[in-house]
Structures are given as C-alpha cells and as structure tokens.
Design a protein around this ligand. Structure first.
Ligand SMILES: Cc1cc2nc3c(=O)[nH]c(=O)nc-3n(C[C@H](O)[C@H](O)[C@H](O)COP(=O)(O)OP(=O)(O)OC[C@H]3O[C@@H](n4cnc5c(N)ncnc54)[C@H](O)[C@@H]3O)c2cc1C
Length: 374
C-alpha cells in the first residue's frame, strides 16, 4: 500500500477548495468525498474490515499533509479516525457492520463529547442517562461543539452511565436516529469549514449501541481516544505550522527591497527568525514522530508522549504561525500568501480538549508522581 499515491488526489482536491471552504465557512465536502474514495478514511483500521492497516506514523503523515493544504479537512479527518478507532476498540454489538462502514467511507464519524456544563473537561459529561426498562437507556445530551455536525453519519456520544453512578458510557448514534439535531451553527476564527456546531441527542437507545461494558467510557476515552486524538491533533498543528513556514520562506526569498538590492530573507533578523521557526518545528516534529512510534509499540513512556505531544505541537504552531505573520509583514495580512489562514487555523489546537494548559497540568502531575486524573 502506497499511502502517498492515495493521498495525492485528495491533496489536489483539498488545495483547490481550501480558500472557499475558509472564506465561506463551508464544510469541505469535495475533499471529504475524495478521502472516502481514496480509502484513507480506513487508514488505521484493519485490512479484514476493509481498512488499510496503517500505523500511527502513517496517520500522522496523512493528517499533517492534509492540514498543510486545508486545516478544516484535516480536522474532519482527525475526528473520523478518532471515532473509528474507538469503535474498533469496543464495537457496539447492535451495529456489526459499523467498523467496515467507517473503513470504506460509507460512514463519516466524529466525537460528541464536550458539553456546555463541563466545557473543555470532556471526560466529565453532565448529561445523565436513565434506565428505560430492561435493555434501553434514555437521555437528553446537549453537546457544545461537534466537528462535522450535520455532515457525519456516526456520532460517538458520551453520557453519564445509567447503570454505574458517576461513570461514563459511550454510544454509537446514527445521524438519522430520531432525536438527533444540530442546534446551532459554527462561525470560528479558524478551521472555518469544520462545522463544529452544537448538537442535541434527545433519545432512547438500546444497550446494543453502547461501546464496551457499562461504565467503561472513561477508560475508552483515556486509552483509545486520547492517544489517537492527541497524536492527530498534534499533526494538524504541525502541518499547519509547516505550511506557514514554507510560505514565509517562499515570500521572504522572493520579495525584494529594490533600493537595497536584497530580498527580505537577506535581512539578518528575518533569516534568524526563519531559522528559529524551522528549528522549533523540527524539534516538535521529532517529538511527534517519537510519540507516534511509542503509540505503535507502547511502553512505560507512552502515557507521557500522549500527554506531551498535543501541548507541544499546539504551542509550537502558535509561535511559528505568529512568526510567519511577522516576517512577512503587511503581505501576510493579504490572503494570497495563505499565512493569515494558517495563523487562524493554528489557534484552534490549544483550545481543543484536552486543552494544552490542561495537558501541561497532567504532564506535570505525571512527572512528579501525582495521580494524573486525581
Ligand atoms: C474547532 C473546534 C472543534 C471542536 N470539535 C469538537 C468535537 O468534535 N467534539 C467535542 O466533543 N468537542 C469539540 N470541540 C470542543 C473542545 O474540545 C473544547 O471542549 C472547547 O474548545 C473548550 O472551550 P471552552 O470555552 O469550553 O473552554 P474552557 O473549558 O472554558 O477553558 C477556558 C480556559 O481554561 C483553561 N482550563 C480549563 N480547565 C483547566 C484546568 N483544569 N487546568 C488548567 N487550565 C484549565 C483552558 O485550558 C482554557 O485556556 C472543538 C473545539 C474547537 C475550537
């Protein structure tokens, strides 16, 4: 399997549509259709399920490449893979074809975790499920941000368990199930096409749509969702930042100060700042590759990589895209360099849960021997 040959047509389509996805704040339907046609929606799912059986390293590569041309498409992709890997870890018995449908592009997945009541503390839903007879749970769950809202076919939705007080259950909810509604619209600073709108899930669901045993949602969140989401989110951040650096190098190498007979890149302050951006990016990329390798072959360092990779990449992207704006001066405000889009897209990573500041807190607890979730 050659991932790059599958990816190339998707990048071509995503590149073509990225400017209007951003300016119109519209869902990147062309690029998502190209992803489905390419087979890359099943990148990390097993081959027997129709997937490509690829590694976390290949996931990082594909996601970063997508982010470099269209941040919204990369975000939609990240949420699909995060949802799909969660389904793979604990397939709901009532949907025996779900993993195959997610692998082959028949269904696009996303995560509906964040709630207005617990904000970025995604591991703590407020919505309480209640038992509805023997084999069903009933809940009304308001979700504050759901990427691909109204476009995904599968919503992995968290609620407080009906059975085990204070624990979390995850359910696989189809878009056309009665009681699923998009309750608002998304107008963001960046990632403007990712359709992260609020949703309501007001429904009765059979136990057969639950992922894993009753009360196992938090374990799925920490052991499956967080490794894949944090890794992919880091790849989005660094993919956006690399695109900004490349654009800054191109612009400063070509733009001239005619009266001095030199390019912007020949100014010592500019080239030194480009060097610092490049080094910060290379260091964060090296850490990202190490994290992906560790998640592929877990050992005692893996939990630290899972906590560290997103925060490091998110903050690197903030710095690098900020510097890209600076070295390109007024030209960066113009849309033709796309740097202002990368700058805006990069601002989303650190506020996505687990937020970068929460991850620093967790990482700090881990290296000082304190309970991370205590
Ligand atoms: C583009 C985008 C797409 C998203 N897509 C999804 C999605 O598909 N599914 C989903 O479930 N959610 C999604 N979210 C929501 C996201 O994961 C967060 O829940 C949301 O961004 C949090 O915003 P808030 O205003 O509630 O943050 P708050 O929780 O109000 O945080 C405000 C500040 O407080 C800090 N803070 C909070 N708690 C702590 C703490 N314990 N220690 C230190 N600092 C802390 C935060 O780091 C942040 O700086 C998305 C968000 C964005 C921006």
């Amino acid at each position: 399997m050659n991932v790059d040959s599958l990816l190339q047509p998707v990048l071509t389509t995503a590149t073509e549509h990225a400017p209007t996805v951003d300016t119109d704040g519209r869902f990147p339907e062309e690029a998502v259709a190209a992803l489905a046609a390419s087979g890359l929606l099943g990148l990390t799912l097993p081959e027997p399920d129709g997937g490509l059986g690829a590694s976390p390293e290949e996931f990082v590569h594909v996601t970063a490449e997508l982010a470099g041309v269209c941040g919204s498409t990369a975000m939609v992709y990240l949420m699909h893979i995060s949802g799909a890997m969660t389904v793979l870890a604990a397939p709901p018995p009532g949907m025996p074809d779900l993993t195959g449908d997610l692998a082959t592009g028949r269904a696009l997945a996303t995560l509906a975790f964040s709630e207005p009541g617990s904000r970025s503390h995604f591991w703590a839903p407020i919505s309480q499920a209640k038992r509805n007879g023997g084999q069903e749970a009933r809940f009304t769950a308001d979700k504050s941000w759901v990427t691909s809202a109204g476009h995904a076919q599968m919503y992995i939705t968290s609620v407080l368990s009906a059975d085990e007080p204070g624990t979390v259950d995850l359910y696989a909810i189809e878009a056309d199930a009665p009681g699923v509604a998009v309750t608002g619209s998304f107008h963001g600073l960046g990632l403007r096409g990712n359709a992260s709108a609020p949703m309501r899930f007001d429904m009765t669901v059979p136990d057969t749509l639950r992922l894993g045993a009753s009360g196992s949602g938090l374990t799925l969140m920490t052991e499956t969702v967080m490794p894949w989401f944090n890794l992919g989110n880091a790849a989005v951040s660094l993919g956006v930042a690399r695109a900004a650096l490349n654009a800054a190098v191109r612009h400063t190498s070509g733009a001239t100060l005619q009266h001095l007979g030199q390019t912007l890149a020949e100014l010592p302050t500019i080239r030194a700042r480009l060097a610092r951006m490049s080094l910060q990016l290379e260091a964060a990329h090296a850490y990202l590759r190490a994290a992906a390798a560790s998640i592929a072959a877990p050992d005692e360092q893996t939990p630290l990589y899972v906590l560290g990779v997103k925060a490091l990449a998110n903050d690197t992207a903030l710095t690098v895209t900020d510097d890209a704006m600076r070295v390109c001066g007024g030209a960066a405000f113009s849309q033709h360099l796309a740097i202002e889009r990368f700058f805006r897209d990069a601002r989303a990573g650190h506020v996505m849960a687990p937020t970068a500041d929460v991850l620093y807190d967790f990482y700090g607890k881990a290296i000082t021997g304190q309970p991370v979730f205590g």
